[in-house]
Design a binder for this molecule. Structure first.
Ligand SMILES: [Zn+2]
Length: 736
């Protein structure tokens, strides 16, 4: 009987590790073999896979993408409305016609719509401020009569007439600066500019500072003319465009604001729902949004000293904080309530492992037309579906099931994806090998995030996709290199390796990564560096905007279709799942190295002193186990022998991520369960490594910080243990 892993047959990891250190396993030979094969594939399987993927990519059509996009963006389709239901019906029919098996999952979620919104300047002059967006002849969609005003979902209802204070980005540091200058916001209205953090953080910070209401506006310094060409020549926001959004306090939990950890079921079994009056996820003060054209009428009238450094925005006058004699009245009547939302999930069932799956997702609801957000991403996932359906009609079936999900109510705070993840948590944990999200794309660089173990998979796939001038990988790497700080570039470009950014929040991957513990990727293209392009969440995010600015000709969309489809095929067919935990170890080592810098405050004083040696040793053990494991798997595959325990090995590898969760506390207290990854709420959507430790240090709680270090050590220990279990599985007899 041939043995796949000759060295491992001795069954002694300690001995093996010694061997690795001595001869390095002839790195070059392994490298050369890997170039000829695909990660996770034997040479023969690799050849079959190459031709399968080429067939998929060759059939991607910009015309089909454009047609899907036109159908999806025909009318505004806010979640929970008949128009959104019509989109769900269209998806179901289109996916069925494409040859996929389709299910619709309904939930009854607590959403929030506007009834009436009014903002008036009442002193020193009386003037109503516009809360709608004026139409423009260039884009017929902007002229529809049924467009909603700008609003912030989950705003409290209420009326406030009060002096107003400009609070910059509305973050705790801004209020501290105001307090130091004797500016008191209690009982007043505040006006904050968008940027730097999620809008909900601004609302929550204002509420806790004692403000009676808050206006949010888009300053041209952050997403207008100071950034680049404005609509209709470029991406950036004009004086008239508003940014809608939700203000749900999603750092308590994501998804439905009243049902942490359980699905908001549509069948009436609602006994577990919280009372909206006491849910911590809902704001208690009214919120409205303004364009800078309207906000200017308030800001330029404010008196008092010039605002502190860092408060000046992009308008051509000196920003002042107030309060002076400027008074504003804010009237918000919301219409919150339970509404039916629909997730549409399509499948190509696996031939050998039907109960194991790769899950790709995007959303289908939009604040308005969803030209870019999310029509771009929704059309792409439909084109992936069409390609997979065509392969299936030609007689192909993947090894594992490939599932494509179109989530609803993402814009209300990832509601559809989160309720699905909560309902199917056990099945996701046992069966889903990876979750891949794409929300929207614009015509720019590859923007990829996720867990480090999936880095090599994405690199390999990106090398196979043509971007018109080079490969998607070459363009990605060149772009990442340009963005590096100068001190890191000094080491030279030859050895530079791209990495995946840490995922924080902002799109439907959150429940899958942070609550369920799936290995997760987010793959998009991005021209503007994030979700802040000027038409974002405005009535101008239309078909016209997508066709003329975001992706003329849908060529970038075709590339994204190819990337996502190839990732799905690669994971759906792999003999051994292509996870590389050596990258996880590298990233963990960086995170641990960064901790000491967190423990020093702005004045250079140490807040807490932590013993990090146990973390360093744990990371070292993970690094060695991962490198041996990867070598064993690669050797086995390149010599054409699969471990007989491959199904067990694959399950183990896919579930290693779950070992990084901590589930010792009830879900209402700790919905975010990933020990390594979380959301830095004081950024826009950035990931926060070791989120609970960071929070403990920020709140200067030494005891808690020490406990969090132990929690991290335990999680790393569980990962290390898992890798060693995987090594045992690779040491069994192989099969040809
Ligand atoms: Zn979106």
């Amino acid at each position: 009987m041939p043995r796949l892993f000759g060295v491992m047959a001795v069954g002694a990891l300690g001995l093996l590790l010694g061997v690795v250190e001595r001869n390095g396993f002839s790195q070059e030979a392994t490298q050369a073999a890997r170039e000829r094969t695909r990660l996770g594939y034997s040479p023969a399987a690799s050849e079959r896979q190459r031709s399968l993927e080429q067939r998929f990519r060759g059939a991607v059509s910009t015309d089909r993408l454009s047609a899907f996009h036109a159908a999806l963006t025909k009318q505004p389709h806010l979640a929970g409305t008949p128009a959104s239901n019509a989109v769900a019906d269209y998806l179901k029919k289109t996916l069925t016609d494409a040859g996929l098996d389709v299910d619709v999952f309904e939930y009854r979620a607590y959403l929030s719509f506007p009834k009436s919104i009014a903002v008036d300047l009442i002193a020193p002059v009386a003037q109503a401020l516009r809360v709608t967006e004026p139409p423009n002849d260039l884009d017929p969609d902007t002229k529809r009569a049924d467009l909603l005003p700008g609003f912030v979902a989950y705003s409290a209802s209420g009326e406030v007439a009060a002096p107003i204070v400009y609070v910059n980005y509305g973050l705790p540091g801004d209020y501290a600066q105001l307090g130091a200058r004797g500016v008191d916001v209690r009982g007043k209205l505040v006006i904050a500019r968008y940027g730097r953090s999620h809008r909900a953080v601004k609302v929550h910070t204002a509420e806790h500072a004692g403000a009676a209401g808050i206006l949010l506006y888009s300053d041209p310094a952050d997403d207008g003319f100071a950034r680049g060409e404005t609509w209709p020549r470029g991406y950036w926001r004009t004086e008239n465009l508003l940014q809608r959004g939700n203000a749900k306090y999603s750092w308590f939990w994501h998804g439905d604001p009243l049902t942490p950890g359980t699905a908001a079921r549509s069948d009436g079994r609602d006994s577990g729902r919280m009372d909206p009056a006491s849910a911590p996820t809902l704001p208690r003060i009214p919120v409205a949004v303004l364009s800078w054209g309207e906000a200017r009428k308030v800001l330029e009238r404010l008196t008092g000293d010039a605002a502190p450094p860092g408060f000046q925005g992009g308008l051509p006058f000196t920003y002042r904080t107030g309060p002076g004699d400027v008074r504003v009245r804010l009237r918000v009547q919301m219409d919150p309530g339970f509404r039916t939302i629909r997730d549409v999930v399509a499948r190509v069932p696996g031939a050998r492992h039907a109960d194991r799956n790769v899950l790709l997702g995007t959303h289908h609801d939009a604040w308005t037309f969803g030209g870019v957000d999310p029509g771009s991403g929704t059309a792409v996932l439909l084109e992936v579906a069409r390609g997979l359906g065509a392969l299936r009609r030609g007689g192909w079936q993947p090894q594992r099931t490939i599932a494509l999900a179109f989530w609803d109510a993402e814009e209300f705070g990832l509601v559809g994806s989160t309720e699905y993840a909560e309902q199917w948590r056990q099945q996701l944990r046992s069966g889903t090998v990876c979750y891949v999200n794409t929300d929207l794309y614009t015509n720019g660089r590859l923007d990829a995030g996720g867990v480090p173990s999936l880095r090599d998979l994405l690199v390999d796939v990106a090398k196979d996709i043509d971007d018109g001038t080079s490969s998607v990988y070459d363009a990605w790497r060149a772009d990442e290199w340009r963005r590096l700080p100068a001190d890191r570039r000094r080491r030279g470009q030859d050895t530079f390796e791209v990495g995946l950014k840490s995922l924080g929040s902002g799109a439907d991957f959150v429940a899958f990564q942070d609550h369920v513990g799936l290995p997760t990727l987010s793959i998009e293209f991005n021209a503007t560096g994030g979700y802040t392009y000027g038409a974002y969440h405005s009535n101008y995010d239309t078909r016209w905007f997508a066709e003329h600015i975001a992706d003329p000709g849908f060529r970038r969309g075709a590339q994204l279709t190819q990337v996502l489809g190839t990732v799905a095929l690669r994971l759906g067919e792999a003999e051994v799942l292509p996870f590389r935990f050596s990258h996880y170890a590298e990233r963990l080592a960086q995170f641990v190295d960064d901790i000491p810098a967190w423990t020093v405050d702005d004045d250079g004083r140490r807040i807490v002193s932590l013993q990090l040696r146990p973390l360093e040793s744990a990371v070292g053990r993970i690094a060695s186990a991962a490198s041996v494991l990867e070598h064993q798997i690669d050797e086995g595959l390149t010599s054409g022998r699969l471990p007989s325990a491959a199904p067990e090995l694959n399950d183990l590898l896919a579930r290693l991520e779950q070992r990084l969760l901590d589930e010792s506390e009830p879900v209402e207290r700790q919905w975010y369960r990933h020990v390594i990854y979380g959301w830095d709420i004081y950024s826009l959507y950035d990931g926060q490594p070791f989120p609970r430790l960071a929070e403990a240090i920020r709140s200067r709680d030494r005891t808690r910080a020490e406990r969090e270090v132990e929690r991290i050590r335990d999680a790393l220990g569980r990962l290390d243990q898992g890798l060693r279990e995987a090594l045992v599985l690779t040491s069994g007899p192989g099969k040809e």
